[in-house]
Design a protein around this ligand. Structure first.
Ligand SMILES: [Mg+2]
Length: 340
């Protein structure tokens, strides 16, 4: 059955019937002109939005609809985590064609609502619009953060350590594997699956962000890695009018990433610097506070690595290679929608 038989209001009531998580803060949820909710005392509200567009951010034939629904929420949660916040309410806008298949849409919505339940986010409204050519999913996410402990991109100081959670490059390599059919790639199916999963289902680093927020460690700047390490670190350097030195041998890589890069003779540093969608946290902290950080992350379960240091040379990012030689990293090694 196609969507045109069900209509917009039919679709909305289906979404409503499938809601799994409701927040205690919501006064009025889905179904009115506006939603209403009561913010927690002492917190400030933070809000973000991100859109996934067919053939720009995803190919419909490559990503299963449930994963796409999950990812649409997860990438927004990652932005909330980057600020040290907790996600609360979501608005979902779907751009769909009347010819869209209902089973496909149901799976997409289920993936989104399962992610809402997993991360305790209530869907309180949104919009459905006709988009004849490409499907798009736009999410606006409202969160809360402690007023006096909001992490921003501004404030990195020369001498600070540069830290990152998890491992880098998995998603970019997963996308590479997906985009080209076998037998072009060498490697074990287990490694391939791990990398593709990293691309489809990024885990927003909420627990790690919370651990940092609750600690006494001074975090001078933070963001989430969405456009590649080179581009995102450039944002921190520009905001703080500083530079950075990275050490190639400290860039954290997963075993699957190492194996597939080696088997296919791919440059792992290049994939890490320019590949996007890691959704790991990148942050800077004075070295005297840095000692506290690995302990904080033990509970959250993901590793943390110091990959470099902030320098006093504005805008200059340097990579110290495994051979000790320094190369300049260009910000355009990251991803920018409007640059060719
Ligand atoms: Mg971000």
């Amino acid at each position: 059955m196609a969507l045109k038989r069900l209509g917009e209001f039919g679709l909305i009531s289906r979404i409503r019937a499938r809601l799994k998580y409701r927040s205690g803060q919501t006064i009025l949820g889905m179904g009115d002109d506006c939603a209403a909710y009561k913010p927690a005392p002492g917190k400030c509200q933070i809000v973000t939005t991100d859109t996934l567009t067919e053939d720009v951010h995803f190919k419909k034939n490559l990503i299963p609809p449930e994963r796409l629904g999950y990812k649409a929420l997860a990438v927004n949660i990652s932005d909330i985590a980057a600020m040290g916040g907790t996600p609360r309410l979501a608005l979902l806008t779907l751009g769909i064609s009347a010819e869209s298949s209902l089973p496909y849409l149901n799976k997409l919505i289920d993936g989104f609502l399962d992610a809402c339940a997993q991360f305790k986010v209530e869907l309180v409204g949104g919009d459905t619009v006709s988009s004849p050519k490409s499907l798009f999913i736009s999410v606006t996410l409202i969160g809360e953060a402690p007023k006096n402990r909001l992490f921003t991109r501004h404030g990195a100081q020369p001498g600070n350590g540069v830290f990152v959670t998890g491992s880098l490059g998995n998603s970019a390599l997963g996308l590479k594997l997906l985009a080209k059919k076998k037998p072009a790639w060498k490697g074990s199916p287990k490694d391939v699956k791990f990398l593709i999963d990293a691309h489809f289902s990024p885990v927003p680093r909420l627990m790690e962000s919370k651990a940092l927020s609750r600690s006494t460690a001074k975090i001078t700047s933070m963001l989430d890695l969405s456009d590649g390490l080179a581009g995102d670190l450039t944002h921190i350097c520009q905001a703080g009018e500083v530079g950075a030195r990275l050490w190639e041998d400290r860039l954290p890589r997963s075993p699957a990433f190492i194996n597939i890069c080696a088997a296919n003779k791919l440059s792992s540093a290049e994939l890490i610097l320019s590949g996007g969608e890691d959704y790991e946290l990148l942050f800077t902290s004075p070295l005297k506070d840095a000692k506290k950080i690995p302990g904080l992350f033990k509970k959250a379960g993901s590793p943390v690595s110091q990959i470099g240091e902030i320098t006093a040379r504005p805008g200059k990012i340097v990579l110290v290679g495994n051979n000790g030689r320094e190369t300049i990293v260009s910000p355009s090694q990251g991803f920018d929608h409007f640059k060719s």
